[in-house]
Design a protein around this ligand. Structure first.
Ligand code: SAM
Ligand code: CA
Length: 260
């Protein structure tokens, strides 16, 4: 039996499809560039919609029941489209498991779908340092972290992520992390990448989300700082000898950077 019906799944799981929403009022503040689509339509820059997309989900998605519960809860949130796509989350969980990660960082938690996703596959003494500035979003997912029995693996830091990363570096945690997921304000993506690169061990992985930015990277406008920032990081990564990379057309595009 299919786990999803297509329209709901497109609205829920692909999260980033459609034209990226460039501005939004979130918790009384304007966040120009967090990464989500404007419509619930199945319009996609990578064609992931309709029966074939449903087939992919039906034949690959293995979602923990509480993770599914959080995804369905998040979908009904006004900013539900910010959530990472479920297929991408599963890839990240598989990578975290494959490299036997113990310490991971998430920059941009939202309701904590991917935080839970990673915590579920970490060993009991593993840790997710979960960075966000909006506690109201996180409050939605927190009870489900507890229900899943992984709350003790999640170290939530409510403050600007740059500050958390600087604190981790200052407390001597450079080169101690295995995996990082960068998915917050896009203007800061280069800074997040540079700091994560220092925090990650050799052999560790950094996943950078929204690298295609609904196609805007093809023609970055000068006044569009988010697109400029993503595009510059994409160009830099191509030549960055400190990492090997793969840019995947999953969700709104995700680059995996493997630290050498
Ligand atoms: N990774 C999440 C998931 O898997 O569902 C989605 C994250 S959402 C696209 C972006 C998040 O970044 C929002 O929850 C927002 O509050 C957070 N954010 C924005 N600016 C931030 C900053 N300077 N520091 C930390 N978090 C920030
Ligand atoms: Ca994202």
């Amino acid at each position: 039996m299919p786990l999803f019906n297509v329209p709901k799944e497109v609205a829920v799981g692909t999260a980033m499809l459609g034209v990226a929403f460039a501005t939004g009022m979130l918790a009384g503040k304007r966040y120009p560039s967090l990464g989500f689509g404007t419509s619930k339509s199945s319009k996609s820059i990578i064609g992931k919609s309709g029966p074939l997309w449903q087939y992919i989900l039906d034949h690959s998605l293995r979602e923990h029941p509480i993770l599914k519960k959080l995804r369905l809860l998040t979908v009904d949130h006004p900013w539900g489209k910010m959530m990472v796509s479920c297929d991408q989350a599963q890839l990240m969980a598989n990578l975290v498991k494959l490299i036997k990660a113990k310490k991971v960082i998430e920059i941009g938690v939202f309701t904590g779908y991917n935080t839970l996703n990673m915590a579920l596959v970490l060993p009991d003494n593993g840790r997710v340092i979960a960075c966000d500035i909006n506690e109201d979003y996180v409050k939605i997912g927190k009870p489900l972290w507890k229900e899943a029995g992984v709350e003790h693996k999640i170290d939530l830091r409510i403050k600007p992520a740059i500050q958390t990363l600087d604190e981790l570096l200052a407390s001597g945690e450079a080169e101690t992390f295995d995996f990082a997921f960068i998915d917050a304000d896009k203007e800061s993506c280069n800074e997040y990448y540079e700091k994560c690169l220092r925090l990650i061990k050799k052999g560790g992985i950094i996943a950078i989300d929204n690298v295609l930015w609904s196609g805007r990277v093809l023609k970055p406008r000068k006044d569009d700082l988010a697109t400029q920032s993503i595009h510059h990081l994409n160009e830099k990564l191509l030549r960055d000898a400190r990492v090997n990379i793969s840019m995947l057309p999953m969700g709104d595009g995700v680059t995996l950077a493997f630290k050498l």
